[in-house]
Design a protein around this ligand. Sequence first.
Ligand SMILES: Nc1ncnc2c1ncn2[C@@H]1O[C@H](COP(=O)(O)OP(=O)(O)OP(=O)(O)O)[C@@H](O)[C@H]1O
Length: 283
Amino acid sequence: MGQLVQIENISKVYQQVEVLNRISLTIDKQQIIAFLGGNGVGKSTLLRIIAGIERPTSGKFTYRDKKMSIGYVPERFPKDIRFTPGEYLTYIGEISGLPERERRETIDGLMRRFKLNEYNHERVMNLSKGNIQKVGIIQGVMRKPDLLILDEPISGLDADSQQELVKLMQELKEEGTTILLTYHEADLFEKVVDVAFDLTGGRLSKKVADEKETLKKIELERIDEQVVMMWEEVRKLEKKNDSLVLHVHAKDSDTVLYRILKLNGSVRSVHYYKVQQSEEKID
Ligand SMILES: Nc1ncnc2c1ncn2[C@@H]1O[C@H](COP(=O)(O)OP(=O)(O)OP(=O)(O)O)[C@@H](O)[C@H]1O
């Protein structure tokens, strides 16, 4: 897994307000990276800087491959386009050098996938917010860029198109694309995101997913506490009157349950629970 972009000490000041404060980050190839945080913390600013649309006030960033292609989907795609979606996307495909046949097939395929083909007789300016967003998404992905930047890509999209986008992101990643994105809908993206960062006070901190975050609580009887204490899978051990409660990661629970039964212990109950994500500050 090689590096794609290197960001060093990037700061951004708007009218004396420092939105980004010396952010450093290495972005690797074939990763899906999320930048999260409240409204106005600077997520869009950071994405625009990485996309090369906006300059940082100080600091530098390096694209490892000078010929790297970037697809950028802004939070709000311009809505004053007088072309139909097909005409507009064809034009974007032409100026970015996509060969005609590939261009036609790709645009047609993506318009069908997002059910935009049904609106191809209308001008983009007359489409709904969600359909305009689809035009924005398709123009960003259609060249299969090395780096794809999605700024809150699903606001206004119907549920099917949201799922379609998540699938498409996975496909692009498998083909080598790195994806940076922001969102507020954690449930939808969590399963595809490799690394998530929180942006607060102009600084990034990495959200550390704790081994799938799911733990199991196993209550058992008839095994000695001294024995259980030796098991490396046990994260926490509690004593009740006549039983022991073990906390283990979900992935280890089969091993532990098997061991309990082999030692003629008896399992009283098994419960799942989620642990909070912890955070780790980075520079
Ligand atoms: N061109 C600009 N000129 C002046 N201030 C700006 C400009 N662009 C952004 N800002 C300010 O910088 C801060 C960060 O804005 P940004 O849009 O990057 O935040 P965000 O995290 O993407 O927010 P949201 O989740 O609401 O989209 C805000 O306070 C915003 O008002």
